[in-house]
Design a protein around this ligand. Structure first.
Ligand code: AVI
Length: 323
């Protein structure tokens, strides 16, 4: 498939835009891709919240169920005086029940890109859990600098909390690097509590990412509307179809936008040509077996200690320690 991207000299302002750079790079390659982080503008984040509510998307519900059924056991495994660190904390809703049952927690260190959501959540946590210390950190958790302040907080034990199967959206090498980043900011014996979606039959997986209410379709196509709004592009989202499929060999659900007919799109003055059948690869969602994830944990500097699953073995929450 031939993909042409004819560049027109970009303006200074556009050069500074990481979004524009990533979009032009992603659409300029032989295989077109867009980084999945751009799915989450304001509308995209709202649509993702809607996805979490749809019947076909079992992940959020199942994880919540595992947490509520095993909360005391999880808290006991973490132990007393823990400082809980949550990268990509968002509205910090998932951690609250856990903070409430931990034995004498040192406090909570949420990291998120959105200051507004983070500070709102901080206020809620302080209101609901009086006396809880919260050190909110605004920034991108994949960047080492947002972890710096941790060094100034003395604690008996630190535990990174990373729920939601977010690790699944990282390529395998990047997932390993992320675990290494977590481990580098913890000490030997410190913990990681992390949620992963498990390998399962492809029908259930594909339904979760192509739900009958078409919310995932809207979520996927929203990236085109975002590019139009923020980068002055003229994508017609009706010329693309949502496609999700489980790639058995790579053990991941891939999300794509399939071009329905030959056409060209202008993105900030650059022309991008699309051929019928060509796709834009927008997201990967890796699925792990318990064994496979244990191996990844080991590569990332952690020893797997235990895990909790639902009765259908759809999803797992793992606890691991830095070695
Ligand atoms: C955020 N992340 C764990 C979701 C997932 O399941 O990979 C994102 C998502 N994409 C489509 N549906 C949900």
């Amino acid at each position: 498939m031939k993909a042409a991207l004819s560049s027109i000299v970009p303006e200074q302002q556009q050069q500074d835009s990481e979004f524009l750079k990533d979009v032009l790079e992603g659409l300029g390659g032989k295989i077109k891709t867009l980084p999945c982080k751009y799915l989450y503008d304001e509308l995209g984040s709202r649509l993702f919240e809607d996805i979490c509510e749809v019947e076909d998307y079992y992940l959020t519900r199942t994880e919540a169920d595992i947490f509520s059924k095993n909360l005391k056991d999880i808290a006991f495994t973490i132990g007393p005086e823990a400082l809980m660190i949550e990268p990509g904390a968002g509205n910090c809703e998932k951690v609250e029940a856990l903070l409430a049952v931990l034995e004498s927690p040192k406090g909570y260190y949420p990291i998120d890109i959105s200051s507004e959501i983070l500070f709102q959540a901080e206020r809620r946590i302080k209101r609901n859990l009086p006396g809880m210390q919260v050190w909110s950190q605004v920034g991108d958790f994949t960047q080492p600098d947002v972890w710096d302040k941790l060094a100034r907080i003395s604690s008996r034990k630190r535990v990174v909390f990373f729920p939601g199967s977010t690790i699944g959206n990282f390529e395998l090498d990047k997932a390993e690097q992320l675990l290494e980043l977590f481990a580098a900011n913890l000490g030997v014996g410190d913990g990681l509590l992390i949620g992963t979606d498990l390998v399962k039959d492809s029908v259930r997986l594909e339904r979760a990412y192509h739900d009958s209410e078409h919310v995932t379709e809207k979520f996927n196509k929203n990236i085109l509307n975002r590019i139009n709004a923020e980068l002055g592009a003229d994508f017609d989202h009706t010329l693309f179809a949502h496609r999700s499929f489980y790639h058995q060999l790579r053990q991941r659900v891939e999300m794509h936008l399939v071009c329905l007919k030959n056409h060209s799109v202008s993105v900030a003055g650059s022309q991008v040509d699309f051929l019928e059948g060509e796709t834009i690869h927008t997201e990967n969602s890796h699925k792990y077996s318990i064994n496979g994830f244990s191996k990844l944990l080991s590569k990332g500097g952690f020893a797997p200690i235990c895990h909790w699953k639902d009765s259908a073995k759809s999803y797992a929450i793992h606890y691991a320690q830095v070695v």
